[in-house]
Ligand binder design. Structure first.
Ligand code: AMP
Length: 122
């Protein structure tokens, strides 16, 4: 497992040490509102296991954990009625991905047309 920091903010949310606005939870994942939303709906979905990013998650997690996590992403979006008209998922990984919190999270963004995927200049 890759140098997982057990004091990262999402680990504290999983341990109920700091609050979140929960929108979905099951045995594999927790989904909650992003504290600084970038769209009318901006939800983060995190696995319950200690994975820094999608990189070590896909290398080290069990098939059950991976399937359960991806199902939770889809289920969260359906519960928010985002499947139609649609939404975007995004996962930042590492330095070039500009990942801030070192616990894997998938952003679900929606609630309005989201425009192009990337700005042309960083
Ligand atoms: P990333 O840049 O992909 O690592 O995204 C980290 C996200 O976590 C940002 O969108 C933050 O707004 C969000 N965030 C940070 N702290 C919290 C928190 N306590 N509760 C909810 N979202 C948070």
């Amino acid at each position: 497992m890759t140098n997982y920091d057990t004091e990262n903010i999402f680990a504290k949310i999983l341990r109920d040490e700091i609050p979140c606005t929960k929108v979905y939870e099951d045995e594999h994942a927790l989904a909650f509102e992003d504290i600084n939303p970038q769209a009318p709906r901006h939800i983060l979905v995190i696995p319950k296991g200690p994975y820094v990013s999608l990189d070590d998650f896909t290398a080290a997690a069990s098939t059950d954990e991976i399937a359960g996590f991806m199902r939770a992403v889809g289920e969260t979006a359906r519960r928010l009625n985002l499947a139609n008209p649609g939404y975007r998922i995004l996962a930042n990984i590492g330095q070039d991905g500009m990942q801030e919190v070192p616990h894997l999270h998938v952003h679900i963004l929606g609630g309005r047309p989201l425009g192009p995927m990337l700005k042309s200049d960083p």
